[in-house]
Design a protein around this ligand. Structure first.
Ligand code: AMP
Ligand code: MG
Length: 190
């Protein structure tokens, strides 16, 4: 069987990585395996090698054309990975000059996902999660700006489904309900 390509998106701090980790634990017990990779890490490896940045959170402030080049290189590498692949990335990236599509046509054409998951939750919960995470340079923004970003991600996901024919699944990762989100994630990955 050919592998499934699943793209996991959600605004920074929503808990994509956490939900994916829990879902993959559940699936492993059933003998279902996915290779989980992070799109940003592939971009960052190229950027570091070029000497463009030294912190992954600096990439979104680079010139648009530089981000596009890193994005393209990452997509080409990721496309080579065989089997079931889960790609942790962003439907859109908030840059100083506006939203940048995370999955423009030249990325989708390489990866051709079967499914795009939007991990979402209430804007205030995202705000609190960002404030309590010291490991990353998260954008300091209010819940209105977070709401706008989540809305934009739904809108742009519709465009991605038009380009690829993939399905779009929204999963809520609410406070204290991680297990429910992980169950929903596992269900769409089966
Ligand atoms: P993350 O660790 O998922 O927050 O990703 C780190 C950084 O990688 C993001 O802030 C973006 O600058 C970049 N990045 C990740 N995925 C994409 C993408 N699909 N398109 C453009 N930039 C991306
Ligand atoms: Mg993450």
């Amino acid at each position: 069987m050919v592998g499934k390509k699943v793209i996991i998106t959600g605004v920074p701090g929503v808990g994509k990585t956490t939900v994916v980790t829990e879902a993959l634990k559940k699936l492993k017990q059933e003998g279902i395996e996915y290779q989980s990779i992070n799109f940003g890490t592939f971009m960052f490896d190229v950027a570091k090698a070029d000497g463009t940045v030294n912190d992954r959170d600096q990439m979104r402030t680079l010139d648009r054309t530089v981000q596009k080049r890193l994005q393209q290189r990452a997509a080409q590498e990721i496309a080579k990975i065989p089997g079931n692949v889960l790609i942790d990335t962003h439907a859109s990236v908030k840059t100083p000059k506006g939203y940048l599509a995370g999955l423009p046509e030249w990325v989708l054409r390489e990866i051709m996902p079967d499914l795009i998951v939007l991990v979402e939750t209430e804007d205030d919960q995202i705000l609190m999660r960002r404030l309590s995470d010291d490991t990353r340079s998260r954008d300091k923004e209010g819940s209105k700006a977070i709401a706008e970003h989540q809305q934009f991600n739904r809108a742009i996901a519709a465009a991605y489904s038009m380009l690829t024919g993939c399905t779009i699944k929204m999963i809520t990762n609410a406070d204290f309900l991680l297990d429910r989100a992980a169950d929903e994630m596992a269900a769409v990955l089966r």
